[in-house]
Write a protein that binds this ligand. Structure first.
Ligand code: 0WD
Length: 259
């Protein structure tokens, strides 16, 4: 049966075919859902068009909307365009993060004021901004899912400024769950284990992070894939999880539970 039949989900953060958001979009379509994409910059738009051309066509061509979360006018423009198309949302996938490369190396102590604020703005505040702007478009029972990482609650060498940003993102998930719960809207995070994407590889200790999971996680003999993260995301987007909100769901082969 189709978990997301006739549900319309806005997916952010497809930068390329390795992006977790691209796997999520494909899982949504497999589950019978319809996707609208946002992209950051024209080169991501053409990447998206190419990726979409490789998929078997299901229904009308998806809408592609420009969105840089640093830009309030673009956030409003996305909401306006959806309203103009009479499109309401049953879900939102926040798969966006950014930190300066030099701050994902060396000492957290050296984080710059500007770099700290930038990471918070793009990786955490953006969730608040998108929820607020899209609230009038969200159907009751809509589900919002943000991507996070264990470095929010544990010291993961080199994750640094992004650890602080993910802690802020997860706290935002809880407060948004409280604010939106009265409308029946759920807000959760998926905490993915390390996956080889452009953002993942930007972290200096990435290979060590992957090795630690391979060596120690309870589920052995498999490398965590973005499809596994995507399917868990679809579960959270679906009515099967209708009583779950304000949660962080770990999709990490069980690694976090190891002492
Ligand atoms: O191991 C991993 N890859 C993990 C990733 C483990 C656990 C969590 N995550 C998280 C990331 O922190 C992020 O929140 O998953 C999310 C998606 O990351 P990804 O799929 O690993 O990486 P990537 O394909 O680079 O997507 C992140 C995207 C950006 O990509 P680029 O490569 O262009 O920085 O975030 C988007 C952009 O598409 N993004 C923005 N979107 C709108 N406005 C902005 C912005 N200002 N900045 C970055």
């Amino acid at each position: 049966f189709s978990l997301l039949a006739s549900r319309h989900i806005l997916v952010t953060g497809v930068a390329n075919r390795w992006s977790i958001a691209w796997a999520v979009a494909q899982s949504i379509v497999k589950a019978g859902g319809r996707v609208t994409f946002t992209y950051q910059g024209e080169s991501q738009r053409s990447t998206l068009e190419k990726l979409l051309s490789e998929l078997p066509s299901v229904g009308p061509a998806p809408l592609l909307l420009s969105l840089d979360v640093k830009n309030d006018a673009e956030i409003v423009a996305v909401a306006d365009r959806l309203a103009k198309e009479n499109l309401r949302l049953d879900g939102l996938v926040h798969s966006i993060a950014f930190a300066k490369r030099e701050e994902l190396d060396g000492a957290f102590l050296e984080t710059s004021r500007e770099g700290f604020i930038l990471a918070q703005e793009i990786s955490a505040f953006s969730l608040v901004a998108l929820c607020r702007a899209f609230l009038p478009l969200l159907n009751p029972q809509a589900s919002i899912v943000a991507m996070t990482y264990l470095g929010s609650e544990r010291i993961v060498p080199h994750y640094n400024v992004m650890g602080a940003a993910k802690a802020s993102l997860e706290a935002s998930v809880r407060y948004l769950a409280h604010d939106l719960g009265a409308k029946g809207i759920r807000v959760n995070a998926v905490s993915a284990g390390p996956i080889k994407t452009a953002s993942g590889r930007a972290i200096k200790g990435f290979v060590d992070m992957q090795k630690a999971v391979a060596d120690r996680a309870p589920l052995k003999g498999q490398e965590l894939t973005s499809e596994e993260v995507a399917d868990a995301t679809v579960a959270l987007l679906s009515p099967l999880m209708r009583a779950v909100t304000g949660e962080v769901l770990f999709v990490d082969l069980g690694y976090r539970q190891m002492g």
